[in-house]
Design a protein around this ligand. Sequence first.
Ligand SMILES: C[S@@+](CC[C@H](N)C(=O)[O-])C[C@H]1O[C@@H](n2cnc3c(N)ncnc32)[C@H](O)[C@@H]1O
Length: 220
Amino acid sequence: MSSQAWSAVDAYIADRLIGADAHLDSALSANAAAGLPAIDVSPPQGKLLHLLARSIGAKRILEVGVLGGYSTIWLARALPDGGRLVTLELEQKHADVAAANLADAGLSDRVEIRVGPALDTLPKLAAEAAGPFDLAFIDADKSNNANYFAWALTLSRPGSLIIVDNVVRDGSVLAGTDANAAGARALFDTIATEPRVTATAIQTVGSKGWDGFAIALVNG
Ligand SMILES: C[S@@+](CC[C@H](N)C(=O)[O-])C[C@H]1O[C@@H](n2cnc3c(N)ncnc32)[C@H](O)[C@@H]1O
């Protein structure tokens, strides 16, 4: 099957099970208008994140990598009243676009965007005792995935879910020589030897190509 067919099936899934959504659609338009790269999760993937957060009754969510806030909107919509999402972003411009998109979606009251390198912000969150987070979604610079996973684990509790995007990368996880492939392998090495989690990874195809999510449950 071609990537064109994967995209067509994604469009079918979105049409049948997701539908038009003015806030999500306008977030993608605003991202494009601001020149942000279209590297957000796809609509079916965003809804999967939403369903996972809802299914565990997540009240506190951590995200690493906001871009224009597309995945953030999906996740924040899963929060109950009083719930909170903290999302970390390196680029001020991305954070500004995301803040506007989140305001448009009526979610500013429950989302905090922290700007700076996530490896600087994560220790601060730990020092502030900002956790535990019920769900962490890691989707930033892939070379740091193992480090982000370690921090997400520090900021978790038994029963928390940690989800990492882009861990397959067109199969380059196996033998790719670039930093992103190495980051994916480092993540697998970390998870494989971490007794505090039970984990798997799922390959995905769709409008974003061939990739995958790692999903880890923090053990009791
Ligand atoms: C793949 S995009 C996030 C997409 C977003 N989660 C979505 O699906 O809508 C990755 C984001 O991580 C940010 N990023 C890259 N390096 C970072 C770092 N060291 N700390 C925090 N954010 C970083 C990038 O600027 C970019 O906005």
